[in-house]
Write a protein that binds this ligand. Structure first.
Ligand SMILES: Cc1ncc(COP(=O)(O)O)c(C=O)c1O
Length: 384
C-alpha cells in the first residue's frame, strides 16, 4: 500500500544529508547514511494537507488551534497510554532549541548538567554553549548492549547539579529504557532535586514497548519536562514543529517564559498543518514504516553475518540508526573513518561526535530503500 522502495532523488533540495556532504566530509561522491531523516516520502495525507494549505496563499503568523492541542493529547493517549491536559503542552520550533531553552530556564551559569554519553551531540553541545558545566554519566556497554550506570550517576551529583538530560529512546545506542530503569533513574533525581529533561523525539519509532517518563507517576511527572515532535516519525523535521509537555505548572511556566524571551514560540504554519494531519491520519503509514524499518534492520544483521563481517551490531530497540562497532578491527578509529570515506565512499556519523565513548563506532541510518541499503552494505563489507 505504501511504497518505501521508491527511489527519490534528494540532491539539490536544500537537504543537509545530500547537499552538505562536501561541506561536512570534504567530498561529495559519498552515499549518505548520516543525518537522521529518512529517504522516504512523508505520507501522502500530510503532503496533501500541506498542498491544500499552500493553495490558500497567505502564510501569515501561525498559532496552534484547539485541534492541535487535542491531537497531541490523543496521540499521547492512544500511542503511549499517557493522559495529558491541554494546559500541559507548549509548542516550540524544534526539540533542540527547546532543550537549549530548558538549560536557561532551570539552571544558572556555572551549574552542572548531566548527560548520558554517547548521545545525540546537541544535548551536550548546548550545555557548553549556555556556559553550564557538562558532567557526563557514560552508559555502560557490554558486547554492544547498553545500560545506565546509576552508581556513577550518584557519585557525580553535587549541590550544583540542576538538570539531567535523558534521551529516551536513546540516540545513538537504540535503547528503549524499561519502566524499571526509568524509575530507578528518577528516584535519584527526585532525591537530589534534579529536573529531568526527557527528549522523547524517537518515541514512535520503537520495536518494543516505550514508556513516556512522565507517565509513570505523579512524583516523576513533577520533576519532568518532556520534549517531542512528529519530525522523526513522519519525516517532517524540516518543518520545525515540536512541543514540550510538563504537568508541573511551575516548570512549564518557567520554560514558557524563556521560549518567549528567545522567540522560539513562533511555529511555521506548515508545521502545524503537518503535525495535525500526521497525528490525525498518519497511524497506518507509521505501522507500515515500522515494518519496513524492522526488515531493513534484520536485513543488515543478516547481511553482515552472511559476509562474515567482524562489525558488531546489536539490533536497536528504537530508531533507524544503527550503531556499528568496528572494535574487532586492529586499526585506529581514524583509519576506519578514512576507509569508509575513501574506499567504501559512505558517509556515516562518526561515533566520537556523540562523545569520547563513541570511539570505534560509526552510526548508519537505515531509513532508505532496501536496494540502496544493500548497495551501502556491500561497499562496507568489501572493506570490512
Ligand atoms: C534525540 C534527538 N533529539 C532531537 C533531535 C532533533 O530535534 P529537532 O529537529 O526538533 O530540533 C534529534 C535529531 O536527530 C534527535 O535524535
Amino acid at each position: 500500500m505504501y511504497n518505501f522502495d521508491e527511489i527519490i532523488d534528494r540532491k539539490n533540495t536544500s537537504c543537509v544529508k545530500y547537499d552538505a556532504l562536501d561541506a561536512y566530509f570534504g567530498k561529495d561522491d559519498l552515499q549518505p547514511l548520516w543525518v537522521a531523516d529518512m529517504d522516504f516520502k512523508t505520507p501522502k495525507v500530510i503532503n496533501d494537507a500541506i498542498i491544500k494549505r499552500a493553495q490558500h496563499g497567505i502564510y501569515g503568523y501561525a498559532k496552534a488551534s484547539e485541534k492541535t492541542f487535542f491531537l497531541v493529547q490523543q496521540w499521547m493517549k492512544e500511542r503511549h497510554n499517557w493522559q495529558i491536559q491541554t494546559n500541559s503542552i507548549s509548542f516550540v520550533n524544534g526539540v533542540v532549541p527547546a532543550y537549549s531553552a530548558t538549560i536557561e530556564a532551570f539552571s544558572n551559569e556555572g551549574d552542572e548538567i548531566i548527560v548520558q554519553t554517547p548521545v545525540y551531540f546537541p544535548l551536550f553541545k548546548s550545555v557548553k554553549e549556555n556556559k553550564r558545566i557538562l558532567v557526563t554519566n557514560p552508559l555502560k556497554e557490554e558486547n554492544g548492549h547498553y545500560t545506565m550506570d546509576l552508581d556513577d550517576l550518584k557519585s557525580k551529583i553535587t549541590p550544583k547539579t540542576k538538570i539531567l538530560a535523558l534521551c529516551s529512546p536513546h540516540n545513538p545506542v537504540g535503547r528503549v529504557w524499561t519502566k524499571e530503569e526509568l524509575i530507578k533513574l528518577s528516584e535519584i533525581c527526585i532525591k537530589n532535586n534534579i529536573i529531568i529533561i526527557s527528549d522523547e523525539i524517537h518515541a514512535d519509532i520503537v520495536f518494543k514497548k516505550f514508556t513516556p517518563l512522565a507517565s509513570i507517576s505523579k512524583e516523576i511527572s513533577d520533576i519532568t519536562l518532556t520534549l517531542n515532535s512528529p519530525g522523526k516519525t513522519f519525516n517532517i523535521a524540516g518543518l520545525n514543529c515540536a512541543y514540550a509537555i510538563s504537568e508541573n505548572k511551575k516548570i512549564l511556566d518557567t520554560f514558557n517564559e524563556i521560549i518567549k524571551k528567545r522567540e522560539l514560540n513562533s511555529i511555521n504554519v506548515f508545521g502545524f498543518t503537518a503535525l495535525e494531519s500526521a497525528y490525525e491520519f498518519g497511524e497506518k503509514w507509521l505501522e507500515s514504516l515500522l515494518q519496513y524499518l524492522n526488515l531493513n534492520i534484520k536485513f543488515t544483521k543478516q547481511y553482515l553475518e552472511n559476509n562474515n563481517s567482524k562489525i558488531i551490531f546489536i539490533e536497536p530497540e528504537s530508531t533507524y540508526l544503527l550503531w556499528f562497532s568496528f572494535k574487532n578491527y586492529s586499526i585506529s578509529h581514524a583509519k576506519v573513518k578514512q576507509k569508509l570515506l575513501e574506499n567504501s565512499k559512505i558517509a556515516l556519523n562518526d561515533g566520537t561526535s556523540f562523545g569520547t565513548e563513541g570511539k570505534g563506532f560509526f552510526r548508519l541510518n537505515c531509513a532508505l530503500p532496501k536496494v540502496n541499503l544493500e548497495k551501502a552494505l556491500s561497499k562496507i563489507v568489501t572493506e570490512f
